[in-house]
Design a protein around this ligand. Structure first.
Ligand code: DGL
Length: 265
């Protein structure tokens, strides 16, 4: 069984693409809504949350894992897999597949829009840079949370505008969705760039991640889909039904407070 996790709806993008490519794969998804957002958190908290998410998924039957969250990929998993060697790992993170797929597109100048944790790590800049891809990053601090609560088009536009400005300044031809929630606001990104009369290619790493998952993980199951959250959310549930059909139900599992949620993020 393949276990996929994220702070919220973001990883549902990769999960639904895995489902499309592998109808018989058994999938279990964990959305850690009680601890969302992950982006502003320090590395030690992301480490704790990653361990917790993977433990929950393992208890639910997962033996292979997809970290469908850039913030934990860059802060915890990519550096760890790099140290231990990723070729036999049962974990797929975002950066490796994204770098490989982006390279095939030969972009001229890339802007990665992401959370604070992802920008702070500098990992995308280094990984893309090592392939000769000129890359800059911008943190859109509140955008993931706004997408999770289905903020208005005006609010989304306001939060996306700094990326449009930065892309104009550096002459980017490709915008990488460096946070898995952002493709859920693809239409708002498209409107903001169209309004600025700036042609832009959008690149969603989740597609490459899903491709790698079906290539290396066991996809010969019974087509089960189990979805767990650490806090209920109507937007999350609606998104699950849109992507997987109305018969897939979302179960809320208990949370132990392992990280400090008293800080406003
Ligand atoms: N989906 C995550 C990412 O790709 C984190 C969003 C958040 O919780 O801040 O970085």
């Amino acid at each position: 069984m393949i276990g996929i996790f994220d702070s919220g709806i973001g990883g549902l993008g990769a999960a639904s693409q895995i489902r499309k490519k592998a109808p018989r794969a058994d999938l279990v998804y964990f959305g850690d809504l009680a601890n969302m957002p992950y982006g502003p958190r320090p590395v030690h908290e992301l480490f704790t949350l990653t361990l917790d998410a993977m433990t929950r998924l393992r208890q639910a039957g997962a033996t292979e894992f997809v970290a469908a969250c850039n913030s934990v990929s860059v802060a915890v998993l990519a550096p760890m897999l790099d140290l231990f060697g990723s070729s036999h790992a049962r974990v797929i993170e975002m950066v490796g597949p994204a770098t490989h797929a982006l390279y095939q597109l030969s972009p001229k100048k890339v802007l990665v829009a992401a959370t604070l944790a992802t920008v702070r790590s500098g990992l995308y800049e280094r990984a893309f840079g090592a392939q000769g891809i000129a890359t800059e990053m911008i943190a859109l601090a509140d955008l993931a949370s706004a997408i999770e609560r289905e903020a208005s088009p005006e609010e989304l536009n306001h939060l996306i505008l700094p990326a449009v400005k930065r892309a104009q300044e550096i002459g980017a031809d490709t915008l990488v969705f460096g946070c898995t929630q952002y493709p859920f606001a693809r239409a708002a990104f498209a409107r903001a760039f169209a309004h600025a009369q700036m042609p832009m290619r959008f690149f969603d790493p989740s597609e490459a991640v899903a491709e790698q998952a079906v290539a290396v993980f066991n996809t010969d199951g019974q087509g089960k889909t189990l979805v767990l959250v650490s806090k209920p959310s109507a937007v999350f549930e609606k998104t699950v039904h849109q992507l997987f059909g109305p018969s897939v139900c979302v179960q809320t599992v208990g949370v132990e407070n392992k990280v400090d949620n008293s800080v406003e993020r």
